[in-house]
Design a protein around this ligand. Structure first.
Ligand code: NCD
Length: 310
């Protein structure tokens, strides 16, 4: 029984397999529509979420499974003081797999250590968000056809942006990838994410200036400044509009740039860019559902059911 807490819990080969399954689901959804019949996914979200929770739930329904949902800490026993470990043991009696989001870094890991069913980290504080990374990877795969030899710019809140941490951790495993880290001084990438880049000699550049690096980028990953992780509102207000992507700023960008954003967008990307063929953020949402379908199948040991029929 395997859980996915960190994107490194999946090897490069396993990610390739998931992309294969997700691509097959896109082509032949009917073949997958009943594979999870009789199985239940519990979504435990102790932090606000719209798309991630609904994406997991839609994924399970499209596989023919069912969903048990706890939508917020206020309505669950956590409000009575129950530990994450106990919650995980209890939910293991009701469901076959858990997707958990929690404001505390490490909470899904504690759940995985105590559950008798697979646990998927659906975002833990400012730490990791591996299933958003699966959505990002499928998007990059579909847009670029490769993971190697890409220059990727991450722009915005690189300190608290957990999707950034997980995607860098995933992409650093491919040859020829270069990272350009664009953020205000106060929101630079944490050293624990940078350390493996230094150790492996993977090229990265840190800058505060988006415009000067724009012509180099194959992928631009924009992020929201993570208001809920700030200690004071003043700092948030000062930093929130550090980068706003507008059509003028794209003037020097490559014609085949892919613009990604995990959403929700606040105002980091002008809506005028939504119609630009380089904007991929709404495709990313759909890709996230397909990758979550593939991941649920894998963790329940059902992914071979269809492959065997081929
Ligand atoms: C991200 C998250 O929750 O970290 N959203 C998501 O899962 N789609 C990004 C964010 O909240 O800014």
């Amino acid at each position: 029984m395997k859980s996915v807490i960190d994107i490194r819990d999946l090897s490069v080969g396993e990610i390739e397999e998931l992309i294969g399954v997700a691509s097959d689901i896109i082509l032949h959804p009917g073949r997958y529509a009943h594979l999870c019949e009789g199985k239940k996914l519990a979504t435990l979200f102790f932090e606000p979420s719209t798309r991630t929770r609904l994406s997991f739930e839609a994924a399970m329904y499209e596989l023919g499974g069912q969903v048990l949902s706890v939508a917020g800490a206020a309505s669950s026993s956590a409000a009575k003081g129950e530990s994450v470990a106990d919650t995980a043991k209890v939910i293991s009696c009701y469901a076959d797999i858990i997707a958990m989001r929690h404001p505390k870094e490490g909470a899904p890991l504690v759940a995985a250590m105590n559950a008798s069913i697979p646990v998927i980290n659906a975002g833990d504080g400012g730490h990791n968000h591996p299933t958003q990374t699966l959505a990002d990877l499928l998007t990059i795969h579909r847009e670029k056809g490769r993971f190697r030899d890409l220059t990727i710019g991450f722009c915005g809140d690189l300190k608290f942006g957990r999707t950034v941490h997980s995607l860098i951790t995933a992409m650093e495993r491919y040859e020829g990838v270069k990272f350009i880290l664009i953020s205000p001084e106060e929101l630079k990438l944490p050293s624990y994410v940078k350390k493996p880049l230094k150790e492996k000699g993977i090229p990265y550049v840190q800058t505060t200036d988006l415009l000067s690096v724009m012509p180099e980028l194959d992928i631009l990953y924009m992020t929201r400044v993570q208001r809920e992780r700030f200690f004071n509102e003043e700092d948030y207000l000062r930093l929130k509009d550090s980068y706003i992507l507008t059509p003028e700023k794209l003037r020097t960008a490559k014609a085949d740039l892919s613009i990604l954003h995990p959403l929700p967008r606040v105002n980091e990307i002008s809506v005028a860019i939504d119609e630009d063929p380089r904007a991929c953020y709404f495709k990313q949402v759909l890709n996230g559902k397909y990758m979550r379908m593939a991941l649920i199948l894998k963790l329940l040991g059902l992914e071979k059911e269809v492959a065997y029929e081929h």
